[in-house]
Design a protein around this ligand. Structure first.
Ligand SMILES: [Zn+2]
Length: 422
């Protein structure tokens, strides 16, 4: 694996990871995201429907907690989880936890971490964790870590202990890793902990960077547990300590505005659980991210789009994407945790709305169906609603990352931010 950085714009790293996969045939552009899965499958989608999408990330994320209880079956299967789950040719990254599933705190000891499967809690020692990695056979995996510093008011003593434990886990796992022929080609990603305490974050970053890791996982920064400004400052302090030539993956952050600010703080890679969460609440991503090469022309085009949608053009707006929806416009209650980047398709105002989810979107859902039909599927609890929404939301999210890279290439990050954050 090699990271080639082509430029750094206002702290944002633009580049490409090359030489990925068993034969080194894959690459992944940064800033970018991984492909999110649960139990090694993209929720709602078969491999065939998934591959109707263009430009899928070359790295797929799996998680220990959804696979640990299948350890014996996978050991018997002997050919790794990629083949077991029928995944197409992809690079596999294995994280400790599924980012979309909260993990109950209070079950970490000096020697073990706990994960939750469908049958309850599974306690993992370093030996058991590494034995599991041996049967999963990922290309990258997150080392065992104590990330339980996200609850507010976690004491300094507890945070220090989390950093010490995580470094001890890393040393033990690296010893076992180097003895395992099955993991010879795999890269270990060291987890950086430290809660919201700057000195502990810096210590964790410095010490982890001294170890022979392939990349870094920035853990404990999840969206619901930390103020955005504090997170940005901590991440910038952490990335300043890390070697430039290794990738930095941030866990637990997926909202577009937060992604942008974390890229500015030096993050390369994100998980893509956000489109899944949006899908689960019956919503569709609809935020605008396209920056036109000519701002004046963009203003004209937006007026035309809005007029054709039967809506009033906003003279001050310079966006050209689909009309932004106002949550709860029809008086209905918005789903819990709904963000301003999505529309609630269960809302009855979409009952006779025959436009695609997003004008100009080329996903299967937008090319073949309209808002009214997806609304109908949602209110009648048809499983196809999840399939269509997952296709659209994944396509939209991948398009956002692609546009972010395009904005960095053309030195138009400010225009891009204005468009996404409007
Ligand atoms: Zn679409």
């Amino acid at each position: 694996m090699k990271l080639e950085l082509s430029r750094i714009v206002q702290g944002c790293r633009l580049g490409v990871l090359t030489g990925l996969g068993k034969t080194g045939q894959h690459s992944l552009e940064i800033p970018g995201c991984l492909l999110y899965t649960r139990c090694a499958t993209v929720p709602h989608l078969t491999q065939d429907t998934l591959h109707t999408l263009n430009s899928l990330p070359s790295v797929t994320q799996i998680a220990v907690d959804t696979l640990a209880e299948h350890h014996e079956v996978l050991a018997e299967f002997k050919e790794g989880v990629r083949k077991f789950a029928g995944l197409h040719d992809t690079v596999l990254y294995c994280s400790l936890h599924d980012p979309a599933t909260p993990c109950p705190p209070g079950h970490i000891t000096n020697k073990t971490v706990s994960v939750w499967g469908s049958g309850g809690r599974i306690e993992l020692t370093a030996q058991r964790f590494m034995a599991l990695q041996t049967v999963l056979r990922p290309d990258w995996y997150q080392c065992m870590a104590d990330g339980e510093t996200w609850p507010t008011n976690t004491s300094r003593k507890r945070v220090r202990k989390a950093v010490d434990r995580t470094l001890a886990h890393l040393d033990e796992c690296l010893l076992l890793h180097h003895k395992s022929p099955e993991l010879k080609e795999a890269e270990v990603f060291g987890a950086i902990e430290g809660g919201d305490i700057l000195e502990e974050r810096v210590r964790s970053a410095r010490e982890t960077a001294k170890r022979p890791v392939g990349g870094f996982v920035l853990d404990g920064f999840r969206s619901d547990a930390m103020d955005q400004e504090v997170r940005g400052q901590l991440i910038a302090a952490v990335t300043a300590e890390l070697p430039a030539e290794k990738p930095r993956l941030l866990q637990g952050v997926g909202r577009p505005d937060e992604v942008i600010s974390c890229v500015e703080a030096g993050v390369d890679l994100f998980e893509s659980f956000f489109p899944y969460q949006v899908t689960e609440r019956g919503c569709a991503l609809c935020f605008s991210f396209t920056i036109s090469p000519d701002p004046e022309a963009a203003g004209t085009r937006r007026s035309k789009v809005l007029e054709s949608n039967g809506e009033k053009p906003d003279a001050d707006a310079d966006a050209d994407a689909a009309a932004i929806e106002v949550p709860g416009e029809s008086g209905a209650t918005s789903p819990e945790n709904m963000t301003r980047f999505e529309m609630d398709l269960k809302d009855k105002k979409y009952r006779e709305d025959f436009r695609p989810l997003v004008d100009g979107c080329t996903c299967y859902c937008c090319k073949n169906h309209n808002r009214a039909y997806v609304h109908h599927l949602l209110v009648t609890n048809e499983l196809l609603a999840g399939v269509l929404l997952m296709l659209h939301n994944t396509a939209h999210y991948l398009g956002f990352f692609s546009a972010l890279r395009g904005a960095l290439v053309s030195d138009r990050l400010q225009d891009f931010k204005k468009r996404v954050l409007q």
